[in-house]
Design a protein around this ligand. Structure first.
Ligand code: CDP
Length: 204
């Protein structure tokens, strides 16, 4: 069974996807971490501005060890991830790894932007997690321990725009996705709603 969890930055999809994986006993892949790894490797190799050549080379030679790099979660690397994620060759280089991960028995939960639309269009359950930009900025500010709320909000809006407007695999809900707006929910309520939505789709 494959569960696809998509949505914009800081909507809660990572926490929800991890909780779903734990609940069902499935494998979990944070696909954003792959794009963050490419973004980080590109910044380290070529600096800014990011060039497509450097990003493509980084995507084709990803080191699994960078999965645990402490710089991965910074907003600078998040922004770099969304810049390299626009490049079709970067996306293509990461596709097969994600698809083969999704096939791991007994099941897998993948979170990202294009899981239900491109990576696993045949996923058994698809969730699209949203929340208002202001709520997401508050959450991200807390997570990062950042002082400047306005800067975090601006980063989130810039990333939303870039992710939604790109030509290849834009951030968009699959037609058959269950929409979950977590703006007014705490994490327990959001996880319960997500589990209920997946149970409703589960193959007996
Ligand atoms: O954790 P957060 O929601 O802030 O971001 P992330 O999931 O770590 O993803 C970082 C960036 O990678 C996103 O802004 C996207 O541009 C890109 N990404 C993507 O294009 N496709 C995916 N399946 C996952 C992430």
């Amino acid at each position: 069974m494959i569960i696809a969890v998509d949505g914009p930055a800081a909507a809660g999809k990572g926490t929800i996807a991890r909780a779903l994986a734990r609940h069902f006993g499935f494998h979990f892949l944070d696909t954003g971490a792959l794009y963050r790894m490419v973004g980080l490797a590109t910044l380290r190799a070529g600096g800014e501005p990011i060039t497509p050549e450097t990003a493509i080379a980084a995507a084709r030679s990803l080191e699994p060890s960078s999965f645990t790099d402490s710089d991965l979660r910074t907003e600078t690397v998040g922004a770099a991830a969304s810049i390299v994620a626009v490049i079709p060759e970067v996306r293509a280089a990461l596709l097969e790894f994600q698809r083969s991960f999704a096939r791991k028995p007994p099941g897998a939960v993948l979170d990202g932007r294009d899981i239900g639309t491109v990576v696993c269009p045949d996923a058994h359950a698809k969730l699209f997690i949203t929340a208002s930009p202001e709520v997401r900025a508050r959450r991200r500010q807390k997570e990062l321990g950042a002082a400047d709320y306005d800067a975090v909000l601006a980063d989130i809006k810039a990333r939303d725009a870039r992710d939604s407007q790109r030509a290849t695999a834009p951030l968009v809900a699959a037609q058959d996705a269950v929409m979950l707006d977590t703006s007014g929910m705490d994490i327990t309520a959001a996880v319960s709603a997500a589990i209920a939505a997946v149970e409703a789709r589960r193959v007996p």
